[in-house]
Design a protein. Structure first.
Length: 416
């Protein structure tokens, strides 16, 4: 485990202590051993070294005393600041953005997630062109293939050109995968099923909620998603169909977790993943209500939703992990629910809340379907909630609860 020291600059920010605790959690998520934390209060960052020169000397001493292998700084540093601090402390310096990129790169499992993370990492490294504190900028990005060094071209220019070419190649690959996603999106829209996206801070319990609902209302063969007590356990979007006892169905999506100060390049790279959020009919913001800083987590999530243009989509707040507190649950109050994702009664109440929000336009109608059109009887039984069935000389008489789309589809059979 890499021994590190973390530092941060308190610019009279009331969220500073929380930010530093979160930064420590990020370091631990990257399997680092935090030896010591040193901070400084200031009105503004030092242009050359971010922290004051005296604090940098103090950090260099602490690094030597603890035999630390790297210094982590809770801010996005400029290329100049990175170089200057490294020259003084004599160990690799890793800023907040690079740390988050490292965690994402470790968590990425699918081809799409791997492409997104690599694009973000290369965009981060492009203006810096420095050796990363984790792994050297491996020459996978080039291999020197097809790159003829022109007269007078410096190594810096050559490396920059190689990185730009690699970013272009990766972006093209990602666009090809996005085309597949667009096809899947069209298929979802044709199905007429509403889409619900679980959003929220990383490690709030989205995946546990997703799996719990899937176990109760999903198809028996549906695969569950990874649940782990770690930041950013899930990077890829998973979508499953839920069908309730009354035959109402929806599509449920689990998405990447958010965090405060999520790097802009990472948000940009993950736009194809976050498109599912933008297409949702309803957002469910899962909140760990047992966390003392959960209000700040809500604010960070709402800020990210605003940045991606999803802040106008209807949303309910799902306050999870109520089992860790001495409060009553499950309880619904307006557009929010207090619940526990490991409690089946809570999940059923959450499902009821989703249905209340999504199926307001449903109607109970009578249909008389001739025996010659028997396939429509079968369709209604499969796709709608049939409350009563009887048989007459003219055909099958059904009393069913149907969606607006279904009401229009079967309008010719409606019995007035």
């Amino acid at each position: 485990m890499t021994k590190i020291i973390i530092t941060g600059l308190n610019l009279t920010n009331e969220n500073f202590e929380y930010s530093m605790q979160e930064f420590t959690n990020l370091a631990q998520a990257a399997e680092m051993d935090v030896c010591q934390q040193l901070t400084q209060a200031a009105d503004h960052p030092n242009a050359g070294t971010y922290l004051g020169s005296g604090k940098v000397v103090e950090l260099a001493t602490a690094i030597q005393a603890n035999q630390a292998e790297a210094l982590l700084v809770n801010a996005q540093l400029s290329p100049t600041q990175l170089r200057n601090i490294e020259s003084l402390v004599k160990v690799p310096v890793i800023d907040r953005t690079e740390l988050i990129l490292e965690i994402f790169s470790r968590r990425a499992q699918t081809k799409r997630a791997q492409l997104q993370v690599e694009i973000a990492r290369l965009k981060y490294q492009l203006p810096r062109l420095r050796v990363s504190g984790f792994n050297k900028l491996d020459q996978q990005s080039s291999g020197g293939q097809g790159a003829n060094r022109g007269a007078g071209e410096t190594q810096h220019e050559l490396t920059k050109r190689i990185l730009q070419k690699r970013i272009t190649q990766l972006t093209h690959q990602l666009q090809e995968l996005a085309t597949e996603q667009t096809t899947q999106s069209r298929a979802r829209k044709r199905s007429g099923l509403p889409l619900v996206a679980l959003v929220g801070y990383t490690n709030a319990g989205k995946s546990t909620t997703f799996n719990g609902l899937l176990k109760l209302f999903g198809e028996k063969t549906a695969h569950q998603v990874l649940v782990k007590d770690q930041l950013f356990a899930t990077l890829d979007t998973s979508i499953r169909r839920l069908t309730f006892p009354d035959q109402k169905s929806l599509l449920l999506s689990d998405t990447v977790g958010f965090i405060s100060q999520l790097p802009a390049d990472l948000l940009e790279a993950f736009k194809t993943t976050l498109e599912t959020v933008l297409e949702a009919d309803l957002l469910v913001q899962v909140v760990d209500c047992s966390h003392p800083e959960h209000e700040k987590m809500i604010a960070a999530t709402n800020e990210t939703l605003h940045e991606i243009g999803a802040d106008t989509i209807p949303m309910i707040y799902a306050y999870n992990q109520a089992d860790k507190l001495e409060i009553a649950y499950p309880v619904i109050e307006g557009q929010q629910i207090t619940y526990s994702a490991i409690d089946s009664k809570s999940l059923k109440m959450l499902a009821d809340l989703l249905k209340q929000q999504l199926f307001k336009g449903y109607q109970k109608l009578d249909y008389l379907i001739p025996y010659t059109a028997g396939r429509y009887v079968e369709e209604l039984n499969q796709q709608a909630h049939v409350l009563n069935t009887s048989y007459t000389e003219e055909g099958t008489l059904l009393h069913a609860e149907v969606s607006p789309v279904q009401a229009q589809k079967y309008a010719r059979f409606q019995k007035h």
